[in-house]
Design a protein around this ligand. Structure first.
Ligand SMILES: NC(=O)c1ccc[n+]([C@@H]2O[C@H](COP(=O)([O-])OP(=O)(O)OC[C@H]3O[C@@H](n4cnc5c(N)ncnc54)[C@H](OP(=O)(O)O)[C@@H]3O)[C@@H](O)[C@H]2O)c1
Length: 288
C-alpha cells in the first residue's frame, strides 16, 4: 500500500488505466473551472471528474488543454444526466461532450444514476457501447448503482454477448458511489471487487461535514496530517479511487499529499463504523 503514489494507476476491465486519485469538479463554477483544473494538474493530479450536470465540462477540458500536459496523460470523465437516461439522449450527450470540449475522446463516460427504468438504463448503456465502438469513449461505467442495478446490467451484457458476439454488450469498468467511513457499502464494493470493476469514491471528504470528528482528530495528531488527508488515506487503503473536490488552491495541494503515511489495520477497523449516513443523494436504493 505504501508504494501507491500520486502517479499510480489501476487497470480497468476495458484494458485502459485510471489514475488512483481524481479531482472532482461538482459545484465548481464554470468561470473558475479552467483555472482550478490547471492548478490541480500543476500539482500532479492527472484525473478530472466532471459531468454534464455540473455545467463545467467545457472549461474543465479547457484547463486540461491549457496545462500543456499531453492529452493521453490526463484522464477525463463525464456522465449522462441522471434524469435523461435513454438511448437517444445518451447519444446526443456523447456527441455534445465532444463538441463543447473539443476533445477527440472521453476517457470514461458514466451513467450518472440508475434512473429511467430498465429500458432507459440499458438504452443509455447501449449508446455508450456504440460510443466506444466509434472511438469516442475509451471506457464506460455507471454511478450510484446498487447491487440490483449491477445484476441487471451484468445479465444484459452476458445475454447480448451470447447473442451478438463477445464484447457487444460492452465492458463495465467503474461504479462511482458515495463512500467514506460513515458509508462503507460493503455489498456494492464486494460486487465490484469480485469482478475487477473499479470503485470510485465520491464525497470522500463527506463534503467537509466530519472534519472535527473524534474518530479522525486523534489520527490527524498522530500522523501530523489533516483530517481530510486521513479520510483520503482511508479511501486509498480500501482500494478506492477517491475524487476529492476543492476550489481552494492550498486544499487542492493538501488533498494530493497523502502518500507518505499509512493507517494501521487497527485504525482502519476503528473507522469501520457500520453506519449508513449518506451526505448527499442515494440513488443506489432506487427501485425505479
Ligand atoms: N456521481 C455522483 O453522483 C457524485 C455525487 C457527488 C460528488 N461526485 C463527485 O465527487 C467529487 C467530490 O464530492 P463532493 O464534491 O460531493 O464532496 P467532497 O470532495 O467530499 O467535499 C468537498 C467539500 O470539502 C471542502 N474541502 C475540500 N478539501 C478540503 C480540505 N482539505 N479541508 C477542508 N475542506 C475541504 C470543499 O471546499 P472548497 O471547494 O471550498 O475548498 C468542499 O466544500 C465531486 O466533485 C464529483 O466529482 C459525484
Amino acid at each position: 500500500m505504501s508504494q501507491i503514489t500520486l502517479e499510480s494507476k489501476y487497470h480497468m476491465p476495458s484494458g485502459y488505466e485510471i489514475p488512483v486519485l481524481g479531482y472532482g469538479v461538482y459545484q465548481t463554477p464554470a468561470n473558475i473551472a479552467s483555472e482550478v483544473v490547471q492548478h490541480a494538474l500543476r500539482v500532479g493530479y492527472r484525473h478530472v471528474d466532471s459531468a454534464v450536470a455540473y455545467r463545467n465540462e467545457a472549461p474543465s477540458a479547457e484547463g486540461i488543454k491549457k496545462s500543456s500536459i499531453p492529452r493521453e496523460e490526463v484522464f477525463f470523465t463525464t456522465k449522462i444526466p441522471a434524469r435523461q437516461m435513454n438511448y437517444d439522449n445518451a447519444k446526443q450527450h456523447i456527441e455534445n461532450t465532444l463538441k463543447v470540449t473539443g476533445l477527440d475522446y472521453v476517457d470514461l463516460y458514466l451513467l450518472h444514476a440508475p434512473y429511467g427504468g430498465k429500458t432507459g438504463r440499458i438504452g443509455a448503456w447501449r449508446a455508450m457501447v456504440e460510443g466506444v465502438e466509434a472511438g469516442k469513449i475509451r471506457s464506460i461505467g455507471v454511478s450510484n448503482y446498487g447491487v440490483h442495478h449491477l445484476d441487471e446490467l451484468e445479465a444484459w451484457i452476458k445475454e447480448t454477448d451470447a447473442k451478438e458476439g463477445k464484447g457487444k454488450g460492452g465492458v463495465l469498468s467503474v461504479n462511482q458511489i458515495e463512500l467514506h467511513p460513515w458509508l462503507a457499502r460493503k455489498d456494492i464494493v464486494g460486487w465490484c471487487k469480485e469482478r475487477g470493476v473499479i470503485v470510485q469514491a465520491y464525497s470522500p471528504l463527506v463534503q467537509a461535514t466530519k472534519l472535527n470528528d473524534p474518530l479522525l482528530v486523534p489520527l490527524s495528531k498522530k500522523y501530523g496530517k489533516t483530517t481530510s488527508q486521513i479520510l483520503l488515506r482511508w479511501s486509498l487503503q480500501q482500494g478506492f479511487v477517491p475524487l476529492p473536490k476543492s476550489v481552494t488552491k492550498s486544499r487542492i495541494e493538501e488533498n494530493a499529499n497523502i502518500y507518505d503515511f499509512e493507517l494501521t489495520d487497527e485504525e482502519l477497523q476503528k473507522l469501520d463504523t457500520g453506519v449508513y449516513e449518506p451526505c448527499t443523494w442515494d440513488p443506489t436504493v432506487s427501485r425505479d
